[in-house]
Design a protein around this ligand. Structure first.
Ligand code: FRU
Length: 504
């Protein structure tokens, strides 16, 4: 007879495989809209990435998850792990709703010094810090229905135990009081929680993750305020010996192209207070489809960012069948000094580049004359990389034989990069879905580079070394596996490359 635990694990694995094949009975590469390089749930609804943490060679991704439907519902934390940030294995649900409410967004840390005391027999605890959202309190308009709570794991993230003393930060009377992101602040030797509190960020400190003291507030009168502030993050980035603190604040609605988006501030943090360098509103991703993005914790000097690849404007209507929602590709963040001050650049993580295989390369291309399309094999994610010495108006047309197309390009007059999904496939599920989204260019340099990663129903744009980033989803009837460079005059690309990504 099988011992009980492995037996249960076998059943769980079998169930997982059945789910992976999907309710439609299709394998993921046959499902019409399912990306192959991005994380998607085997079934049902997801939104924000949660509790992203690296521990003992494994990346853990938790996520807002509703296991009973393809629309938002009572939130759980789903769970997946990966060793390369690309191939994810989904695990049983980590956190279920309980008497304190649904499990909203939050973070996870490795409590390396066992400050919480949750560790046992030398096994270090992973601690999740999340928002409990009480739906009854919400219905009764108590104004105090979101609280911060803890759960811990002493088996490397496999199973989670809710802390008996929850909540650790009861609601002080703020309706939107959520999405704690916690990190260790070495100079003051304490934990810092960055919490979204309606129209500002509130910082708390703690010696042990259980007892928290309010330190300060930031942002009531700074940044974008077209919507509520959600899912913040706080971390350092260093460039040429200069260290800056980056404060990420997701906002919904009020993004640069409508709906939800990720803004950030650059400044200093002294363990108590965040002081911005200036009053600029900066956006980490200008596209419509990156939201709730934050970084993994415990990754040393690397800052690996991932967001939810959708927008609250239409997330619950996108035409996928058995699952809804995906994560962006992992991106490494870097601090870059521009003529206009510091900015954060995003580039696909090295793990993504490692999987890319060169399919075609053309040099000294005249975009005006080179009309032969690049064709990539079916069901294969691909990347287009272009570089040139003098940026002028041009575009890249991605298309299929059904007459659908996605246009990506540079508008010289406006100095903007853009992605136009106006004719890229299904669009009637949401008003205003089919349009052009634009983003500023953040360098005056004539030299330029553009990297596009296309994965069936998504495109991620990284221009000028990642200074401009955009994410957009689209739903063509057949894949847009042909691409063509367009220009009205003699515009040159020094190098054009197409890479494909193999699934493993
Ligand atoms: C952001 C968000 C969070 C909240 C969660 C609920 O997308 O609204 O503020 O914790 O989603 O699912």
């Amino acid at each position: 007879m099988l011992p009980v635990k492995p037996f249960l694990a076998t059943i769980a694995a079998l169930l997982t495989t059945c789910l992976a094949i999907g309710q439609s009975g299709l394998k993921s590469d046959q499902e019409p809209f399912r990306p192959l390089l991005h994380f998607t749930p085997q079934a049902h609804w997801i939104n924000d990435p949660n509790g992203m943490v690296y521990h003992d060679g494994t990346y853990h991704l938790f996520f807002q998850y509703y296991p009973d439907g393809t629309k938002w519902g009572p939130m759980h934390w789903g769970h997946a792990t990966s060793t390369d940030l690309l191939q994810w294995r989904e695990h049983p649900i980590a956190l279920y709703p309980d008497s304190l409410g649904y499990i909203f967004s939050g973070s996870a840390v490795v409590d390396a010094q066992n400050t919480s005391g949750f560790g046992k027999d030398g096994q270090l605890p992973l601690v999740a810090i999340f928002t409990h959202h009480d739906p009854t309190g919400e219905k009764n308009h108590t104004g105090k229905f979101q609280h911060q709570s803890l759960a811990y794991s002493i088996d490397n993230g496999n199973t989670w135990i809710k802390y008996a003393g929850n909540p650790v930060i009861p609601n002080p009377g703020i309706i939107d009081f959520r999405d704690p992101k916690v990190s260790w602040h070495e100079p003051t030797k304490q934990w810092i929680m960055t919490l979204a509190t309606k129209d500002r960020i509130t910082f708390y400190s703690s010696p042990n993750l259980k007892e928290w003291t309010k330190e300060s507030e930031f942002g009531e009168k700074l940044g974008a305020h077209g919507g509520v502030w959600e899912c913040p993050d706080l971390f350092t980035l260093t460039q040429a010996g200069v260290q800056k603190w980056i404060l990420i604040v997701n906002i919904n609605p009020g993004g640069p192209n409508g709906g939800s988006a990720t803004q950030y501030f650059i400044g200093q943090f002294d363990g108590h207070q965040f002081t911005p360098d200036d009053e600029q509103t900066r956006w980490l991703d200008y596209g419509p489809d990156e939201y709730a993005g934050v970084i993994f914790s415990n990754t040393g000097k690397r800052r690996i960012f991932m967001g939810w690849m959708s927008n609250w404007d239409y997330a619950d209507r996108v035409p996928t069948a058995t699952w809804r929602g995906a994560m962006t590709l992992p991106r490494d963040l870097q601090l870059v000094k521009t003529s206009d001050g510091y900015r954060v650049a995003s580039l696909p993580s090295p793990e993504v580049n490692k999987r890319a295989k060169l399919l075609t390369e053309r040099r000294n291309v005249d975009m005006h004359l080179d009309k032969v399309p690049f064709v990539t094999p079916p069901n294969t994610p691909y990347a287009i990389t272009l570089r040139g010495a003098r940026l002028q108006e041009f575009s890249v047309r991605l298309f299929n034989d059904a007459g659908e197309e996605l246009i990506v390009g540079y508008d010289q007059q406006k100095g903007q990069w853009y992605i136009d999904r106006g004719k890229a496939g299904q669009k009637d599920f949401a008003n205003g879905f089919a349009r052009r989204h634009v983003a500023a260019r953040f360098t005056n340099s004539p030299q330029w580079d553009l990297r596009l990663i296309i994965d069936k129903t998504s495109i991620e744009l990284f221009a000028d070394g990642g200074l401009t980033t955009m994410t957009s989803i689209f739903f063509p009837t057949t894949l847009l596996n042909k691409s063509q460079l367009l220009a009205t005059g003699p515009v040159k690309a020094d190098i054009t490359q197409v890479h494909t990504f193999s699934p493993d």
